[in-house]
Write a protein that binds this ligand. Structure first.
Ligand code: PA5
Length: 447
């Protein structure tokens, strides 16, 4: 496999005697994922997903993507949580950092429905006013408030610009095959639709049309992405020995650390393009593991930027942290630091070196300093940021998360806690059926 998990940096911090039993649990957990014998076993469609996406599914996604690319300057991807973060993560990690400002023929992919900020939506309407615009609206339940509010506004804009007929060409919905308001609305309005499989939960859905369509519109080859994920699936099946199965290695390492009092895992990168991969990872692990009073709290840092902010805490704050570094071996471009005859900035000791070498030394120096400061680290070493490797990485994290959740003893595939804020929001907004709850909440707020 192109991805390696290096756990040398945890040895001084964990009780090796407990490792054997955790490895046994992790092996059993991987087996449960395939045999569907564990908790949440009706949501395990993602396990074999990369292999099960059919040629006709891929061709249809590519054909709709091609059409949206031809007719749009801007494609608004509307969704939240698992219906947003996977696409955002893959697109950001594989695009130029200046994609938004570059006129390269790709439509600009923007996102909406992932919060409720009025200014954002107003500014978005200003931005798209004189542009050719399309929308991919994504919601598995079809009833989530944030994307529904944004979509109502976007739908109005598109209909006013292109009429109801034009909207049929420019709006694509991705939702459940039969349930939910978005399914009903799409059928009534005649939109093109894609289905999110019943047995794939939101945060595990990036390799379904939820992620694949926006990613393809952004110009990424989804066949290569899927190939990476497929290869990772094969390399982490139940018959792969423990010492070769990197999902087992990662799941065991983080649970060993958790059991030794390290309650917070920081996913750290030294490549800003990975910022949203961290956001996706935070959702994947946070929503999967944080329940029943248990679970590692997933946090994220972008280094070296955050070494000048969070670095102090990591080095010397509460010793409840461990770090998992996604370490990228090779940048796409080569750029040397130039010699300067005057050397006023005293940087000539770096002349002729690649910037990536300086970044590498920053990474190694940081990890050594953090281990010295009591923060263990796991390294996930990847060769480069390519569609193939990102496909591997996505599947690697999904499988590790399923295994890790089972080792922890929770159902990694539900999210009962997400309902609490929704209930209060609906009650406060006066939604029918929430009246008495609304009265109680208002009494609490007003003291
Ligand atoms: O992982 C999950 O299931 C959630 O984060 C959902 O993706 C998120 O709440 C959005 O739900 P929906 O796609 O139903 O709008």
């Amino acid at each position: 496999m192109d991805i390696r998990v290096n756990v040398d940096g945890i040895a001084p911090f964990v009780d090796e005697n407990t490792k054997k039993s955790l490895v046994e649990k992790a092996v059993a957990a991987n087996k449960s994922l395939y045999e569907k014998t564990g908790k949440g076993n009706d949501f395990l469609g993602w396990v074999s997903l990369p292999l099960s996406v059919s040629e006709s599914d891929i061709s249809e996604i590519e054909s709709v993507s091609q059409n949206l690319r031809e007719i749009s300057d801007v494609v608004i991807v509307t969704g939240i949580g698992g219906s947003y973060l996977g696409a955002k993560a893959v697109i950001e990690s594989l695009s130029s950092s200046f994609e938004a400002y570059t006129d390269n023929g790709n439509p600009k992919i923007i996102f909406a429905g992932h919060h409720l900020d009025e200014d954002y939506l107003s500014e978005m309407l200003d931005f798209i006013e004189n542009k050719r615009v399309s929308c991919i609206v994504i919601s598995k339940s079809g009833t989530t408030t944030e994307p529904a509010v944004a979509f109502r506004i976007i739908k109005r804009h598109i209909e006013q610009k292109y009429g109801k007929e034009g909207a049929k060409e420019r709006i694509v919905a991705i939702t459940d095959h039969s349930r939910g308001a978005l399914r009903k609305l799409s059928e009534q309005e005649g939109y093109r639709t894609f289905v999110i499989p019943d047995d794939v939960g939101g945060r595990f859905s990036v390799l379904t049309p939820v992620g694949l369509l926006p990613i393809s519109v952004a110009g990424v080859d989804i066949r290569i992405l899927l190939k990476g994920a497929t290869d990772m699936e094969r390399a982490t099946q139940i018959d792969v020995p423990e010492d070769e199965n990197i999902c087992l290695q990662y799941a065991v390492a983080r649970n060993l650390l958790y059991n030794s009092g390290k309650k917070i895992e920081i996913l750290a990168n030294f490549n800003p393009k990975l910022h949203y991969l961290t956001e996706w990872w935070k959702q994947l692990f946070g929503e999967s593991e944080g329940k029943e009073g248990k679970g590692i709290f997933p946090a994220g840092t972008d280094f070296t930027s955050d070494l000048h902010s969070m670095g102090q805490y990591i080095q010397e704050g509460e010793r409840i942290l461990f770090e998992t570094v996604v370490s990228v071996e090779k940048p796409r471009e080569e750029r040397l630091i130039p010699e300067d005859a005057e050397n006023l900035d005293q940087l000539n000791f770096l002349s002729g070196k690649r910037i990536s070498e300086v970044n590498r030394m920053a990474e190694l120096g940081t990890m050594l300093a953090h281990v010295d400061g009591g923060v263990p680290n796991i390294r996930i070493e990847i060769p480069e940021l390519s569609a193939y490797v990102i496909g591997q990485l996505i599947y690697f994290f999904e499988k590790s998360c399923g295994i890790s959740g089972y080792v922890l003893g929770v159902n990694p595939f539900d999210q009962p806690g997400v309902e609490a804020y929704k209930k209060n929001m609906f009650a406060l907004l006066g939604k029918a059926g929430y009246e008495s709850e609304g009265e109680k909440l208002k009494a609490r707020i007003n003291g």
